[in-house]
Design a binder for this molecule. Structure first.
Ligand code: 2P0
Length: 351
């Protein structure tokens, strides 16, 4: 480029993913290498997402900067630096094979992100955040790497972020290598395989969570006697069963494994010393609500799952939309926690 003030820019969005087989535990905290594989459903781009713009220019002064919802955020942490360093290295490799390319890898970066949902309330904001950051810079740098290859970079930002680079039903294979090069996202099935899947997000609390996932899972690994069995036996079996259920579009199978898996994860949290409580009374009312829906339907029409916070995600099929949404209005409508500003927020999302 002949103009020294030229600003290069790319914008993208990355969706939230909600795990049905949970990531909880690291075998390498620096590289975010997990103790077990996990599997998630990536919500539709039209629902919960992070929008990120990445720009760079020789006219920008260092250092790199990040705005999240218009607030300056630190970028000097090891995880962000791991992502930026990896992306710059890939761009630099391109530039050295093609000297006609502008040297974007040497320019300071300006990153600007916005979530359209509460940040850090157990709604997988770090997953969409790091996925969008990696995707935006990869687009800015015109990198040829596949989403799965980019998932290796996003994983270093936040483990669950690796799953948000792919749409549909996505596994994160734990891998066995010490350098983590086989610990990456894999497409289990595209959304089009089972487009009837829906997710209802019951926002119990939009507040920032008490115990961060990073800290919580490390304490669980160190103190929970149940943890080893979960990581080595319970989850590997659930992964196999879940992949079979998804392949066969077996909703009752998908639902049973999803609920059992959420309960296993939260049991392990309770088994941590000191115990970690993510569910509250409203969360437990949501579990009862799903059980009531299934009882009334005489079949499994809905499944609940909870991450590192009290908010409930209910999976169901489009054909049961009225049954599920209707039931949640009547079962939970008057319960404390659902009547406040945040408690009312009920969002239907395409799975
Ligand atoms: C998941 N969670 O699989 C599980 C379920 C929370 C419960 O991934 O330390 O924010 O950044 O790698 O990815 C939350 O963990 O943790 C998480 P880091 P992350 O979605």
């Amino acid at each position: 480029d002949m103009n020294g003030d030229h600003v290069y820019r790319a914008s993208t969005t990355a969706p939230v993913n909600i795990a049905v087989i949970k990531y909880w535990g690291k075998r390498d905290p620096r590289l975010n290498l997990p103790t077990n594989s996990s599997l998630s459903v990536t919500l539709s781009q039209s629902d919960l997402r992070t929008h990120t713009t990445a720009s760079c220019s020789p006219s920008f002064s260092p250092p790199d900067t990040l705005l999240l919802n218009a607030q300056p955020q630190p970028l000097s942490d090891a995880r962000s630096q791991a992502c930026l360093t990896s992306l710059r290295a890939l761009r630099s490799a391109l530039e050295s094979t093609d000297p006609s390319l502008p040297p974007l890898s040497s320019y300071p970066l300006r990153l600007s992100s916005a979530n359209n949902f509460p940040t850090a309330a157990g709604l997988a904001s770090s997953a969409a955040g790091f996925a969008a950051l990696v995707r935006a810079i990869a687009d800015l740098y015109q990198l040829p790497q596949s989403p799965t290859e980019l998932s290796l970079i996003a994983r270093q930002g936040s483990g669950s972020a690796c799953r948000s680079l792919l749409g549909g039903y996505v596994a994160w294979d734990q891998g066995t290598l010490l350098d983590g090069t086989d610990s990456k996202a894999r497409l289990v099935a595209p959304r089009s395989h089972w487009p009837e899947m829906r997710a209802l997000i019951l926002v119990v609390s939009a507040e920032k969570k008490g115990v961060s996932s990073t800290t919580g899972m490390q304490t669980t690994v160190q103190t929970s006697p149940m943890f080893q069995t979960r990581a080595t036996q319970v989850v590997p079996r659930a992964m196999r069963e879940m992949e079979t259920a998804i392949a066969g579009k077996d909703f009752p199978g998908f639902a049973k494994i999803t609920m059992r898996e959420s309960n296993s994860f939260h049991a392990t949290c309770l088994d941590t010393d000191p115990p970690i409580f993510y569910l509250n009374d409203v969360s437990r009312a949501a579990i009862k609500g799903v059980e009531a829906v299934n009882e009334k339907a005489g079949r499994i029409a809905a499944a609940y799952t909870f991450d590192a916070g009290p908010n409930c995600v209910v999976y169901y099929l489009e054909e049961d939309g009225d049954v599920v949404a209707g039931a949640f209005k009547t079962v939970l409508g008057e319960k404390e926690g659902w009547t406040g500003e945040q408690g009312k927020a009920v969002k239907g999302a395409e799975g």
